[in-house]
Design a protein around this ligand. Structure first.
Ligand code: NAP
Ligand code: ZN
Ligand code: ZN
Length: 334
């Protein structure tokens, strides 16, 4: 099958049209005809080879919504014509202790959709069928993509940090991930404090349900939240004054980092010790969590606020992501 796509040929290069052929389908694989694809900041990190793992040419795109058009001979749970979502992960071994306990995202053999494979800025994408998730009817195709990476990352990052309901949740950075963190935390019955560098986002954060908004100066927290927080999730890559954020947590509070740059961080251990606070990080989410997240998104009407671009305007959309002017997730439509 011939795939028409957009690819960067080298690190930091703009996207240009790129065609490639898909080989014969594997027994457990599925091919999707792309309907829409969200743009995650990780696509930009990969295009720039910030993490040193990109292989060029790279076709970005890992918030994919597509229609199943081809199924491998061993696939029985997906049929042609079904609408599915795919996130960062395209496969795992499914037999290691992590996979067998529903933590496929922590599998040593996990493969990324855009790591050594071509992603969703394209007419078609191929993945392991066990990582293509049937989408609930109540979630439309343009809103579903961002849930598949950004949504699951903040949902899992908050849940693994201990989020239930009735808690005080802080969210650092109100971009694609951050605005979905605000919505999930609110929908699940929590009070939310948002930390943003963008004063222009304050009003809309109120409409999103944030109870308190603190405008920060870059990574500097200039004002403490009115009450200690139970969990803070950081969705920014830029360096933060972590000590100040730790001090904004109450006893047994957790700082969960999902936006992670390549820098090494230093933590004031006395801030952790004195109130038994925790510091953690978290990648995407397991398959069970993805299914749960989609159900919660449908039930509580949690959806991203999106700006839709035709796939042919992918470069324009990427530029807007780089400039932090997208409100709040760009989605490419085929
Ligand atoms: N852990 C995982 O599995 C996982 C999954 C997906 C993405 N990620 C990572 O998460 C990060 C966020 O992704 P995204 O798609 O949400 O990006 P995004 O839409 O570009 O949002 C990032 C937000 O960070 C804030 N920010 C930008 N520059 C900043 C600075 N210099 N200092 C402080 N804050 C700044 C901005 O929010 P304000 O305007 O509100 O300040 C911006 O909207 C990326 O690094 C991405 O690679 C991780
Ligand atoms: Zn992503
Ligand atoms: Zn495994």
């Amino acid at each position: 099958m011939k795939v028409s796509a957009f690819a960067s040929q080298t690190a930091k290069a703009p996207l240009t049209p790129f065609n490639y052929n898909l080989d014969a389908i594997g027994v457990n694989e599925v091919t999707l005809q792309v309907i829409a694809c969200g743009i995650c900041h990780s696509d930009v990190h990969m295009m720039d080879n910030d993490w040193g793992i990109a292989q060029f040419p790279i076709v970005p795109g890992h918030e994919v919504v597509g229609e199943v058009v081809e199924v491998g001979s061993a696939v029985s749970h997906l049929k042609k014509g079904m609408r599915v979502g795919v996130g960062w992960q395209r496969s795992a071994c499914l037999s290691c202790p992590e996979c067998l306990s529903g933590k496929e995202n922590l599998c040593d053999a996990n493969e990324g959709v855009i790591v050594g494979h071509h992603g969703g800025f394209a007419s078609h994408v191929r993945v392991d069928s066990r990582f293509a998730f049937p989408l609930p009817e109540g979630i439309d195709s343009l809103h579903a993509g961002p849930l598949m990476c950004g949504g699951i990352t903040v949902f899992s990052g908050l849940r693994q940090a201990g989020m239930t309901s009735g808690q005080r949740i802080g969210v650092i950075g109100v971009g694609g991930l951050g605005h979905m963190a605000v919505r999930f935390a609110k929908a699940m019955g929590n009070s939310v404090t948002a930390f943003t560098t963008s004063a222009s986002k304050v009003e809309e954060l109120g409409r999103m349900g944030a109870d308190e908004v603190i405008v920060t100066e870059g990574g500097r927290l200039v004002k403490k939240p009115s009450k200690p927080l139970d969990i803070i999730i950081s969705t920014v890559t830029a360096p933060l004054e972590l000590g100040a954020y730790l001090e904004a947590l109450g006893a047994d509070g957790t700082l969960s980092m999902v936006g992670v740059g390549s820098e090494t961080v230093t933590l004031p251990l006395m801030s952790l010790l004195g109130k038994r606070r925790r510091f953690m990080s978290s990648p995407i989410g397991g398959r069970g969590e993805i299914t749960q997240m989609l159900n919660i998104a449908e039930t509580f009407n949690v959806k991203p606020t999106i700006e839709v671009f035709p796939m042919a305007q992918a470069n324009e959309a990427i530029d807007r992501v780089r400039k932090n002017t997208v409100r709040y997730r760009a989605v490419l439509k085929v």
